[in-house]
Structure formats: structure tokens, C-alpha cells
Ligand binder design. Structure first.
Ligand code: 26W
Length: 826
């Protein structure tokens, strides 16, 4: 039986493109630039989307489903054009239509800037979740900020990262709708005037504040093949009105200018820090800005068709993507009490039943804390509410633990209070103010329960749950790797597109010689595609027959790109000293942005590029190693890279990577994991089997034990392991830079001789030997073509668990309790 396809009118699309080119640019197709053709095509696609969008809204209005509001400072969407076509099931039709016009669909796709409104894992996860929510038929709003400048563009000059602003909106965004009719006001600063009104009610009135207008822009989020279109609503700030020059006294003028400045700064730029707080006032303003606007919207939407505000939580749930949106707890309380007149207890019940919090990191430098004086000055009414939440919570701790044998109440308060040491602890507010707290992989959730959030877990175990992350196979296989997608569909049908567990049907091909050959032939073609990209962008020739060993992710010490490049340096040294030793050629591919102020990370990028320079030019090693640093790693080139990876490097210090999602994207595309037992790697190995992954290094327990006992002394390893000594010396002997001192800071990070407790905090030297050994095992396995093909195929076959569809279904069943929207089948 032929499956139903969404209808798509190819001729209409073609006519629409021609018409758009004419009316937007007064040009014919022959005269139009690729960018203009992209715009014209995108508007034509948007026309097709709009009908589905309206149908979805109508169905929702009739069925009144519960809605999830996914609140996030970051949505790393990547390009929309190709993805929308995939989910409309119109990719092939549009490709043909453009072909007939003499235009290559890939060229058109390449015209779209990559919307990079996110840093890394957390932002991309939000994007995958929106895709899955729409595909599964659940009503969802993404709530975020329309940054004028997204994640900076990375250029590499002389081996160093140089940041360039990302003006992604320069040519406008054809997919967005500006909805000024839904604008909201957001107030900052001033003071709270408390008085009793005529009815005897206590009123909390914010006065002397600055106000900005929040303007929503809606982006369509398409489900796959089901006609569902959800909304990503991102907010821009505008000044409330132009001040009038005839009627101001000095004070007003000053204030008007300040308001204008505030509005123009608020949504300027995404903070490019990943896993590290900058503690900047503007960041807190951004948080409150989009949260206040979003919470106001959610309440208003509910009250349009319902009158009992006390039942708000039956129709809405807020998922807080890490602590960044946590001010939502207090903002919801404020609106329920001050605008809708609920009592504290009534408002609190609604708030707790509405809010849920996901933790995405245990890195202590990422835990958000705000100085009380800043918080209070910026958000006076919100501060009062947080203060009262804290007072009641501390009371509860005292009631529960006073007179409990062996429990020190003061230490409980110290570790759990929301306000402590003149700080507002956002994670504590999120846990207390909601009914669900989750980690993003089994190991991560266990570490939260046993260590980071132990006291909370003991006090309220029922709130804690795990939701192992996932990724969307629509973008990262169907769109990114069409050759493999078609091959899989030919073997097992296309059910995997919306049910990734069906991939396990591929297991029966694992030992099939023909299937193995086909699978590896596709990998080879994808490696050629990436080699072409690398030649064009890096001017480096790489051999698709070599092993493509890939580490792409944000640059962070805990992710240990330094371990990887030290290993490359060691291998280089080894090959030079033993030119006749057998060595399977490898291409080491890196891609990573460093936070702009993170010096160690930036120096690591320079090191990778310096090593690449020396090795790639050294003819004496006969091309056995190549090193490539891909500039400006982002969603669009990630799609090419994942499809071409043989080895997926997931080598974080055990216990530090909450989950990882790049590991899943590479597994999906048939790469074999080289990793530590960290984050979701644990579950990946569990699914694919130890024989089909390369695991090495300290366990999370061992790492945590060392940390408890003040670390370890890397000098012992340096002195006893000649491999380590040789490679560390290469950092400071001029092998990779004329200036011998250039990489000294990295050397010192590893071997701080003055203070061994501050040395090698990420256990790079401790894991070095085991890592070398794992790399050696990889070369050996790869040399056996049949064995490798089986491993690679098994990775794709066993990735079913790691679809974000599975993750979302778990959130729906266990936390959100949403209803499916039924759409009229066309
Ligand atoms: C306040 C600065 C800041 C910015 C971003 C702190 C923390 C973050 C994020 C929580 C960091 C992040 O992206 N974490 C990643 O989240 C992914 C999705 O759950 C996980 O797969 C990664 O392991 C985790 O590092």
C-alpha cells in the first residue's frame, strides 16, 4: 500500500518562484542572483506552509489540547529551507522544479544564513525537540529571543580564532512573521509601591521603571509529513514610543533616552559562552525580557477560552531549558497574584504544577547565580517574590529537619536556600518552583541525585527523573545523508523516518557482504563530499581512503580536544622515528568554536592549527597523517561532517559531559564511537555492544574519587611515562612554533609544577596511555575491512533509542501529559 504523502503542487511552486523573482526584484530568472532565487523560492515554500499553519491553529482551537512552552535562551535551528522541504515531503519535487529552471537546489540552500541562535548542545537540543514535537502531533511553542547577531562567525587567521559578527538577518528572514499585534510590555527597575486599594487588597505597584515593547516574530516548525505546524516565537525589543520633543522635562528626556538604549541593546547579541557564566547585567535583562513576554502570552492565550485561571496548569506546561529561563517561576507568581488576584497559595500551586526544569551541565562554573543587589535593582517586584519563596522554603527545611537525628539543619539551609551568600541561586529556584527536575542521560541524572543535587533529591525524590537526550533523524540522516537514507529505505522501508527503533531491522544485514560493501561505498562517497569541502575551504587535500577521525563540538577543556591533538603529536613523532612501522593513514578532523574570552580554549585552537601546518606539509611522513581544522563549525557543515565520519571522538573527562548529542548524530551515520564512559556514551555502548565501540579511560567514579581527594600528581606520569614526556616536550621545544613559549600555558595547565592540585584538572595525562591504546585498536579494526563494515553498520542499526522522538514521547508521558492534535488528513 502506498503511504499517504502531503500534497505539494510542483507547478504552483515553479510559477510562484518566477512571480516572486519578478515582483520582489523586477528581474527574470536569468538576471536574478542566487540569493534572490533563494529568497523567491523560500517565499514560495512559505506559501505552502502557511495553509498548514492555519489548519493547525484551527484544529488546536477546536480540540483545546494542553500546550508545552519550551522556554530557552537558545534555539540552534540551522537552515530552514532544506529542512522545511524534507518535512513537507517536497524535497524531491522542489529539486526537480529547480532543476527544470536550471538551478541546483544545493546552491539555493547554501544561500541561506545558518540561524545560529545558540551556542551548542543545549540550543541544538531545543531545535531537535521542536522538530519531534511537531512530528508527533503535540502542540508546542518554542519561546526565545530574536538575537540580531547569533553565535559569532569564526574565521581562522594565522591559526588563531578571530570572531566576526554574524549578521544573519542582513537579507531578512523569509520564513518569519512579525506579529506586532501580540506585542507585550516588559518593565525593568524602579521600585515597588505597596498600598491598600479601595477593596482592601494589598497592591504591589512597580513605579519609576523603564519599559520596553516586546515584539514577537513567529517561525513555522513543521512536523514530518503530517501537516502539523507549530510555532517558534522569538522576541525582539523596541522602545515603547519615540519621545516627544515638546513635552519633556529633564528627567523624562533622560529616561526616554535610557529606554531607547535599553531596547536597542537587549536583543543585540547572544552571549557566546558555553558552560560558563559571564554574570552580566544585560544577560539577566535578556532573561527577564523574553520570559515576561512569553508568560504573559501563555496566560492570555489560556484566558481566551477558559475562565478559571487556577486551572491554567491543565492546559499549559513550561519546560525551562537549564536555569536561564528560571525567572519564569517568579514571573508566573507575579502575574497570577498582581494581575489575576490569586492568593499566594493559589498562585504557588499553579506555578509548581506548571514549571519543570532540565539540568544540562554539572560544570560548577556554569551554575547561574546572580548577586542579590543586581537582581533586586533590576527586578524589584520579582525579587520580593523570590525572597518570599525562599523564606517559605527555608521554613520548610527547618520544619522537616529540626530534631532529625544526625542532620545539621544549618548545613541543609546552606546547601539548598535560594538566597544565600548574597546570591540568587537559579537552580534552587527552578527545583523548588517546579514539579519535575531532569538530567539528560542516565549517568548524568545519577550524578545529580547522588552528588550535585543530593540534598534536594533526598527532600523531594518524586521530582527527579531522567530523560536521555535524542536527535532528529530527519535533519541528521534524511537531509544530511541522502545516499544512506535512500539505501536504508530500500532495505527496511521508510518507517524509520518517524520511528527510529525500526533501524534494528538493519541488524540482519550486519554480516551480509553485499550490504556491507554498499554501506561502506556510501560512506566513501560522503567522505569524498567532505574532502571536496575541505579542499575548497582549507586548501588541504585529504584521502577518502584514510580513516576520518572526527571531533566536532564546542571547545572546552573538559571535552579534551587537547588530549586528541597531543595524541596526534605523539603519532607524528612516532612515525618520524619509525618510518617503516605499519600505520593506517588517518585524517584528524576538528571543528570547534571557543568562547571569545576563553584563552586556554583559544590557544588549543592555535595548537591544532600549528600542528596541522607542520604535519600536512611534512612530505617525509608520506601523507600518513593529515590534520584539518574546519573553520566556523555550525549546523550546516556539521551535516556534511557527520555523514563522512568513520570515528566519532567522544573523549570528555568521565562525569563531565552531561549527555552529548554529536555522539548520537555520528552513530546514526555509521561512525564508531571512540569514547570514555561519560554522558550518553554509556547508553550508546549499551545499545551497540562493547565490541562495536572503543572505550577507554578513567570511569566517572574514579574521576570523582580523585577529585574528592584533591586530584592527582601528573608529574608522576610525566616522569614515568616516556611517551608523555616526549609529547609534552614537543609543546615547548619549538616543534610546532618558532616561539617556544607560545604553548607554555597549555604545558602549565597539564603540569603546573608550583601547584599540583591545579594541574591537569581534566585527567589528560592520566588517560593518555589508554587513549593511545584505543587509537591503536581502531587502526587495527579498520584494516580489517569486513570487521569495520560490520561495526559501522551495527552503529546505524542500533541507534533507535537516540531519536528525539523517543525523548519527547517520554517527556509527554511522564512529565507534560500532552494531548495529540488530530489534523484533517488531506
Ligand atoms: C550561563 C552560561 C551557560 C551557557 C550554556 C551555561 C550552560 C550552558 C549550557 C547548559 C551548556 C550546554 O549546552 N550543555 C550541553 O547540553 C547538551 C544538551 O543536553 C548536552 O548534550 C551536553 O552534554 C551539555 O554539555
Amino acid at each position: 500500500m502506498k503511504k499517504k504523502q502531503l500534497p505539494f503542487d510542483k507547478e504552483l511552486f515553479t510559477r510562484s518562484v518566477l512571480y516572486n523573482v519578478k515582483t520582489l526584484y523586477r528581474k527574470t530568472m536569468e538576471e536574478a542572483t542566487p540569493q534572490e532565487i533563494y529568497q523567491a523560492s523560500a517565499y514560495a515554500i512559505k506559501d505552502a506552509i502557511i495553509d498548514h499553519w492555519m489548519t493547525t491553529q484551527k484544529a488546536a482551537a477546536e480540540q483545546d489540547p494542553k500546550i508545552v512552552y519550551y522556554m530557552s535562551m537558545e534555539f540552534l535551528m540551522g537552515r530552514a529551507f532544506g529542512n522545511n522541504l524534507i518535512n513537507l515531503q517536497a524535497y524531491k519535487a522542489v529539486k526537480e522544479a529547480l532543476d527544470e529552471l536550471g538551478i541546483d537546489v544545493n546552491v539555493v540552500e547554501d544561500q541561506e544564513p545558518d540561524p545560529a541562535l545558540g551556542n551548542g548542545g543545549l540550543g541544538r537540543l531545543a531545535a531537535c525537540f521542536l522538530d519531534s514535537l511537531a512530528t508527533l502531533g503535540y502542540m508546542a511553542y518554542g519561546c526565545g529571543i530574536r538575537y540580531k547577531y547569533g553565535m559569532f562567525k569564526q574565521t581562522i587567521r594565522d591559526g588563531y580564532q578571530v570572531e566576526v559578527p554574524d549578521a544573519w538577518l542582513e537579507n531578512g528572514n523569509p520564513f518569519e512573521l512579525r506579529r506586532s499585534e501580540y506585542a507585550k510590555e516588559v518593565k525593568f527597575g524602579g521600585y515597588v509601591n505597596v498600598y491598600t486599594d479601595d477593596t482592601g487588597r494589598t497592591v504591589f505597584k512597580q513605579e519609576g521603571y523603564q519599559v520596553v515593547r516586546a515584539i514577537p516574530y513567529d517561525l513555522p516548525i513543521l512536523g514530518y509529513g503530517n501537516g502539523m505546524v507549530n510555532t517558534l516565537r522569538i522576541w525582539d525589543a523596541e522602545p515603547i514610543q519615540c519621545f516627544q520633543l515638546d513635552s519633556f522635562d529633564k528627567g523624562d528626556y533622560q529616561k526616554a533616552v535610557e529606554q531607547e538604549n535599553l531596547a536597542s541593546q537587549l536583543c543585540e547579541v547572544l552571549y557566546p559562552n558555553d558552560n560558563h557564566i559571564a554574570g552580566k547585567e544585560l544577560r539577566l535583562k535578556q532573561q527577564y525580557f523574553f520570559i515576561s513576554a512569553s508568560v504573559q502570552t501563555a496566560l492570555k492565550r489560556y484566558l481566551k477560552d477558559h475562565d478559571n485561571i487556577k486551572k491554567f496548569y491543565t492546559k499549559a506546561v513550561f519546560q525551562l531549558n537549564d536555569t536561564h529561563p528560571t525567572v519564569a517561576v517568579a514571573e508566573l507568581m507575579r502575574l497570577l497574584m498582581d494581575e489575576y488576584y490569586l492568593t499566594w497559595d493559589e498562585a504557588w500551586e499553579v506555578t509548581v504544577k506548571t514549571c519543570c526544569y532540565t539540568n544540562h551541565t554539572i560544570m560548577s562554573e556554569a551554575l547561574e547565580k546572580w548577586p542579590v543587589d543586581l537582581f533586586q535593582r533590576l527586578l524589584p517586584r520579582i525579587y520580593q517574590i523570590v525572597d518570599e519563596i525562599n523564606r517559605r522554603f527555608v521554613d520548610q527545611i527547618m520544619r522537616q529537619y529540626t530534631n532529625s537525628a544526625g542532620i545539621d539543619v544549618q548545613s541543609k539551609i546552606r546547601s539548598m536556600a535560594i538566597l544565600y551568600d548574597n546570591q540568587v541561586k537559579m537552580a534552587h529556584l527552578a527545583i523548588v518552583g517546579g514539579h519535575s527536575v531532569n538530567g539528560v542521560a542516565q549517568l548524568h541524572t545519577e550524578i545529580l541525585k547522588k552528588r550535585e543535587l543530593k540534598d534536594f533529591y533526598e527532600m523531594m525524590p518524586e521530582k527527579f527523573n531522567n530523560k536521555t537526550n535524542g536527535i532528529t533523524q530527519r535533519r541528521f540522516l534524511l537531509h544530511a545523508n541522502p545516499l544512506l537514507a535512500d539505501w536504508i529505505t530500500a532495505k527496511i522501508g521508510d518507517g524509520w523516518i518517524t520511528d527510529l527503533s525500526q533501524m534494528d531491522k538493519l541488524k540482519s544485514y550486519a554480516d551480509d557482504k553485499k550490504a556491507q560493501d554498499e554501506f561502506m561505498e556510501i560512506k566513501h562517497k560522503n567522505k569524498e563530499r567532505l574532502a571536496k569541502y575541505i579542499l575548497e575551504h582549507n586548501n588541504i587535500e585529504v584521502d577518502p581512503n584514510s580513516i576520518f577521525d572526527v571531533q566536532v563540538k564546542r571547545l572546552h577543556e573538559y571535552k579534551r580536544q587537547l588530549l586528541n591533538i597531543l595524541q596526534v603529536m605523539y603519532k607524528y613523532h612516532d612515525i618520524k622515528s619509525h618510518p617503516n612501522k605499519d600505520f593506517y593513514p588517518k585524517t584528524y578532523i576538528f571543528g570547534a568554536k571557543a568562547a571569545a574570552g576563553y584563552l586556554t580554549a583559544k590557544l588549543t585552537i592555535k595548537l591544532i592549527n600549528s600542528v596541522a601546518d607542520v604535519i600536512n606539509k611534512d612530505a617525509s611522513i608520506g601523507g600518513k597523517i593529515k590534520v584539518v581544522f574546519i573553520e566556523d563549525y555550525r549546523v550546516s557543515n556539521a551535516e556534511l561532517i557527520f555523514a563522512a565520519a568513520d570515528v566519532s571522538e567522544q573523549i570528555s573527562t568521565a562525569s563531565k559531559e552531561a549527555s552529548g548529542t554529536g555522539n548520537m548524530k555520528m552513530m546514526l551515520n555509521g561512525a564508531v564511537t571512540l569514547g570514555t564512559m561519560d554522558g550518553a556514551n554509556v547508553e550508546i555502548v549499551n545499545e551497540v555492544g562493547e565490541d562495536n565501540a572503543f572505550i577507554f579511560g578513567l570511569s566517572s567514579q574514579e574521576v570523582m574519587d580523585y577529585e574528592k581527594n584533591g586530584g592527582y600528581n601528573p608529574m608522576d606520569i610525566y616522569n614515568s611515562n616516556p611517551n608523555v614526556k616526549a609529547v609534552l616536550n614537543m609543546l615547548v621545544d619549538g616543534t610546532f612554533s618558532k616561539n617556544k613559549e607560545l604553548f607554555r600555558p597549555l604545558y602549565n595547565c597539564l603540569l603546573n609544577t608550583n601547584n599540583s592540585s591545579k594541574a591537569d584538572q581534566y585527567f589528560i595525562l592520566k588517560d593518555f596511555e589508554a587513549y593511545l591504546e584505543a587509537q591503536r585498536r581502531i587502526s587495527e579494526a579498520y584494516a580489517d575491512k569486513k570487521r569495520w563494515a560490520r561495526m559501522a553498520l551495527m552503529n546505524t542499526a542500533c541507534c533507535g533509542k537516540f531519536s528525539s522522538d523517543r525523548t519527547i514521547q517520554e517527556y509527554v508521558d511522564e512529565v507534560w501529559k500532552l494531548d495529540k492534535v488530530e489534523l484533517p488528513v488531506k
